[in-house]
Design a protein around this ligand. Sequence first.
Ligand code: HEM
Length: 427
Amino acid sequence: ALSPTGCPVSARAAAFDPFQPDYQQNPAASLRWARDEEPVFYSPELGYWVVTRYEDVKAVFRDNLLFSPCIALEKITPASDEVLAILKRYGFAMNRTMVNEDEPDHMARRRLLMDAFLPERLMSYEPAIRQLARQYMDRFIDQGRADLVAEMFYEIPLTIALHFLGVPDEGAEQLRQFAVAHTLNTWGRPTPEEQLTIAHNVGRFWQTAQSILDGMLAQPDGEGWMYESIRQHRLHPEVVTLSYLRSMMMAILAAAHETTSNATANAFMTLLTQRDSWEALCAQPALIPNAVEECLRVAGSIIAWRRQATRATQVGGVTIPQGGKLLLVQASANFDPSHFEDPDRVDLYRENAVEHLTFGYGAHQCMGKNIGRMQMRVFLEEFVRRLPHLRLVQPQSFDFLSNTSFRGPSALWVEWDPTLNPERQVP
Ligand code: HEM
């Protein structure tokens, strides 16, 4: 097989399939061969050039003019006519949001919508996050056993996200089904039959998002980021367009909470699997902020992101034609030994842990990164204090949704002896 530039495709590049379980189970390990020997390769399965080394991934992120983010939310599995017809019936009109907008429109919009993400504004959320964490832990602390995803990590980031956005939280339960459909629709490889069911759910997700937005547009003086966006839309309709509001309303419902729920579950999965790290954290909670970064490095919740070359160029010495699509595998870049010493080790003291690429890099770097980090930090603080003797239920295998980009276990079972809870021993 040859790539579109006429280069031979190696056997391993031809075999690369991010929809097989290996990739989600351990994305960095599944691409070790590429980091070592073929850091930028063409994947015939995807029709994408896959970029696996730290410097290359960062360089592509950095240049958002040469490498446009316009394909970030494109369906990686092209829609059949039948799927398009279903979506059309729901009035589905997902278009540019923020993450897939080109310059100069992107920066003009980002600047107008930035204030709600300033650290001083975010600080006000910390007490609410901590209170929720305590309240959810109270429900299971005497049980001795819990699925942390179902009983805590899914719901709290959702509650916080809705609050941050200003969206009322009735109907939150349905959002879970919708978010799964959105992930599979955008980054998965469902079968033709599965695609039909998914299309209906995506259509319903779209309509739900639109009716939430319509309610907000009718009463635009509420509090929250979507209300601020509506007010900016009124002031600058050509920058914060109505099409943007409509697309963002759906995209952000998934982006603002799935990412954080998954990142939290990944962090606990990582630390409890490497039990010495967990114990070090319990002994020294001051390490928590850096542990959050190290967990985002070794087990981020966004493992790959997309860009498209706006003209012919080179990445890591490999020619990419104009229009060439790139899959930037952050989960691989985060294990690049030329940037992170002894990358397979979970090192809570790692000085450059924060340089991971899980939040992307450059002009589009995640706007919500400090909300995600804050939640992870507060959860860890509460657990090391109240449940330091927590253990993973063993044996336990983890399930992940098959897709290129979102990663987090569907369940995380832990157990402990309630009689050993520090609160019982030191009343
Ligand atoms: C963009 C990851 C949480 C809002 C992004 C991007 C990534 C990402 C990879 C694309 C960056 C790029 O293209 O360079 C994550 C992860 C999170 C998280 C791993 C949690 C651990 C959040 C939260 C919010 C949010 C909680 C909102 C409340 C956004 C927005 C953008 C974005 C608005 C678009 C920024 C732009 O294009 O200018 N995020 N995200 N994210 N994220 Fe997040």
